[in-house]
Design a protein around this ligand. Structure first.
Ligand code: CA
Length: 510
């Protein structure tokens, strides 16, 4: 009798605890740089950054920022789609997430580890209802098309898009997703049961509709007795951005009459690049994302969930958009590529504030979110990121701040006889601190230093002058020492193989 009563009491207690757990919504458009949010040009935000924001119209984000903790320096350590997503989901750097570079069929080396305990696994085990909506791009595509068994889900060779079967969904019980596919007004998705849906609508609008259905539980999408964790992964403002086939027509009208000089305001931009007119469609997509994000917030308000729901807005990496004269929008150490939005709203718990001190790395996001909901004891031991929830919640105790964020870039390594990439080459490593950006690039043949980038981001915020390493030995020595610490923390091959040990003092940090 006593045992039974104790059992009832403990079940009741756990229900009470679960009822108090906040919901979590993590929204992350693809390729949206931190600079592409209009509030950075407004008080009080403008004094916290040393750049001029893009002339974008983002009223919902502007209002949301005033209710949120806003970071000036959230850095995408490996600013490329799949590697970012691997680090976000596992809380580990790319060496241990399983995703060493973008996921594509001829790169079996890059696949989210099945045995990694992802953020959604932890939420699921803790009693959350977990939903993933939108682009995943974290699985190695295999011939597992549920509608055409034995085939890839697309005819392109090698296949990029992928179907994620239930056993690879890491605790997400509601599924409406795809791998990667860039036809923004004709997207497709596989649902929880593996059925494919072809849609003729701008993908963020459709995904927001599905997210609202989930929030409202319109079709019994979720167990409403549980708190929920929802990841909403928009593909725009990712390319293509060539016409109104890629973005909403009405938000395009906000920018169509402006000159390239009015739109491309960064001092490091080349407005003569062929890509330059894309900026109108890129910003139109940003304004479209802002509107869709606003619909999520309005829905939360109408459901009375705003106070008990943590809402995060971020991105997987940025977009150079003609800055530095380079075509590649990402996968580089420039601030347009690495610096991403990070806004966290938790009414009554996280004080709205602009945090200019914390340099947040991608693997920190998972443990920090788990800490925010009181699941810090459940952070997997393998996690390499740091839990900064105490800092956000105003506690005295939290993980020590890092001196900088590690920068990572890999290229393809060895191939098997079929041409599949079975290893990767750790092409570049670097560090972004409050003051400097340093990147060291290897020669793939010799493994020696090929070239470098070193910018004084305080005195040269647009990274116009690449400082020669030999002219700044003390700065380089200090940065390399900090980098060694980060490389060790990331279990990075540069640390494990002591790459460029003549520059990086690996032996001094133990
Ligand atoms: Ca991406």
């Amino acid at each position: 009798m006593k045992t039974a009563l104790t059992g009832i009491l403990s079940v009741s207690a756990s229900i009470v605890v679960m009822a108090e757990k906040p919901n979590v919504i993590y929204v992350f458009p693809d390729q949206m740089r931190n600079h592409a949010m209009g509030f950075w040009n407004e008080e009080p935000f403008k004094d916290s950054v040393n750049f001029t924001a893009d002339p974008v119209i983002t009223p919902n984000l502007n209002e949301f920022a005033r209710q949120s903790r806003v970071l000036t320096s959230c850095q995408s350590n490996f600013p490329l789609s799949s590697p970012h997503r691997g680090m976000l989901l596992t809380g580990m750097f790319s060496q241990n997430s399983g995703i060493s570079t973008n996921c594509v069929a001829n790169r079996p080396v890059s696949d989210l580890r099945d045995d990694a305990e992802c953020i959604s696994d932890v939420f699921h085990k803790a009693g959350y209802d977990c939903a993933y909506i939108g682009k995943l791009h974290a699985n190695h595509p295999t011939p597992n098309d549920p509608q055409n068994p034995g085939h890839y889900v697309e005819s392109q060779v090698p296949a990029w898009d992928a179907y994620t079967p239930p056993e690879k969904r890491h605790g997400f019980n509601y599924w409406y997703s795809y791998g990667t596919y860039d036809v923004h007004k004709h997207p497709h998705y596989w649902d929880t049961e593996g059925d494919r849906h072809e849609i003729s609508q701008w993908s963020p609008t459709h995904e927001t509709d599905k997210a609202i259905d989930y929030l409202c539980n319109n079709n019994n999408e979720r167990d409403s007795s549980k708190p929920f964790f929802m990841m909403l992964s928009y593909n725009p403002p990712h390319s293509p951005y060539r016409s109104t086939e890629d973005c909403p027509e009405d938000t395009y009208d906000l920018y169509s009459g402006k000159s390239l000089g009015e739109l491309l305001v960064r001092e490091n931009v080349d407005t003569t690049m062929t890509k330059a007119p894309s900026v109108r469609y890129y910003f139109a997509s940003v304004s479209g994302i802002d509107r869709e994000f606003g619909r999520i917030l309005t829905t939360l308000d109408s459901l009375g969930l705003q106070d008990n729901t943590i809402v995060v807005f971020s991105s997987d990496h940025g977009e150079t958009m003609c800055s530095q004269g380079i075509e590649d929008p990402k996968n580089s150490p420039y601030s347009e590529s690495m610096n991403v939005p990070m806004l966290i709203r938790y009414p009554g718990k996280i004080k709205p504030y602009i945090d200019t001190e914390l340099i947040l790395s991608t693997p920190d996001i998972m443990p920090t979110l788990l800490g925010l909901v009181g699941l810090e004891e459940k952070i997997p031991h393998e996690v390499e990121g740091r839990d900064y929830s105490g800092r956000f919640l105003g506690r005295d105790e939290y993980a020590p701040l890092r001196k900088g964020a590690l920068y990572i870039k890999n290229s393809d390594g060895a191939k098997d006889s079929a041409g599949n990439v079975i290893s990767y080459f750790p092409l570049s490593r670097g560090i972004k601190t409050h003051r400097y950006t340093l990147a060291l690039n290897l020669d793939k043949k010799t493994g020696q230093l090929k070239n470098s980038l070193l910018f004084d981001d305080v005195n040269d915020p647009y990274q116009l002058v690449n400082l020669p390493l030999e002219d700044h030995p003390e700065v380089v020595a200090q940065l390399c020492k900090e980098m060694a610490i980060l490389l060790k923390e990331a279990d990075d091959p540069w640390y494990n193989e002591k790459i460029l040990s003549e520059l990086i003092p690996y032996d001094d940090i133990n």
